[in-house]
Design a protein around this ligand. Structure first.
Ligand SMILES: CC(C)(COP(=O)(O)OP(=O)(O)OC[C@H]1O[C@@H](n2cnc3c(N)ncnc32)[C@H](O)[C@@H]1OP(=O)(O)O)[C@@H](O)C(=O)NCCC(=O)NCCS
Length: 195
């Protein structure tokens, strides 16, 4: 049985950002990210607004007592919604996470990936690193996960740099989202050594 974390525990602060669980009222943020070809350049084809609306029930799912899911990221100084951050099951041979694994009382059986998408106006400020580092801290302080993985398009060098800055090990190429990707990992032990 997994204890449910109190909602306040799922609000994650950094120096400049606030990460809070995604809600249905964040459809505007989901559209700003998922429908923007610049944001989606290395991810997948941009979604249509109708596809984003269909995705929202999954976007607000929480697994493992609240620990697994998607966070909306706000800039503290302005309150603007600027990004998302995820700890979600990584798909290997399909293009979508298996959302059915994101259930309140169990950890997904698939590996958990850390990920982020930022609106273009928020790029170049160190925010992706701040988001990723905070999610890894949460993963190793507040969950039972022993390993967190990440992947990027082979050409997404900026995102690979973010993962390295957060202490993730470059494992070369791997398979995720039904393609060959750049694969990164960090174990609880790696994280503790850095922390
Ligand atoms: C790739 C992407 C995640 C990078 O985000 P980002 O926030 O710009 O990345 P970083 O955290 O590395 O910050 C970039 C630069 O901001 C600069 N910066 C400016 N102010 C800073 C501050 N106060 N603190 C830290 N860095 C700062 C740094 O120079 C940093 O680069 P450097 O460490 O190489 O010098 C972002 O461009 C993005 O979302 N792209 C589209 C979607 C995508 O590819 N997502 C990832 C899918 S795997």
């Amino acid at each position: 049985m997994i204890d449910t974390l109190p909602p306040g525990t799922l609000v994650l602060e950094t120096q400049r950002l606030r990460l809070r669980p995604f809600t249905l009222s964040d459809e505007d943020l989901a559209r700003a990210l998922l429908c923007d070809p610049q944001v989606m350049r290395f991810v997948t084809d941009p979604l249509t607004p109708a596809e984003v609306a269909a995705h929202m029930p999954n976007a607000v799912r929480r697994g493992a007592g609240g620990r697994i899911g998607i966070w909306a990221v706000e800039e503290k100084a302005t309150g603007a919604k600027i990004a998302d951050g995820v700890l979600t099951p990584i798909p290997i041979d399909s293009t979508e996470p298996d959302w059915d694994q994101v259930v309140p009382d169990a950890y997904p059986t698939d590996l958990i990936e850390v990920g982020y998408l930022l609106t273009p106006s928020a790029w170049g400020k160190g925010y992706a690193t701040e988001i990723c580092a905070r999610l890894l801290r949460f993963a190793f302080e507040m969950t039972a996960l022993e390993l967190v993985v990440a992947c990027t398009d082979l050409k997404n060098l900026n995102s690979q740099k973010v993962l390295r800055k957060c202490g993730m090990r470059d494992c070369g190429t791997g398979r995720a989202y039904a393609e060959t990707v750049a694969w990164f990992e960090i174990t609880r032990e790696d994280w503790l050594v850095r922390a």
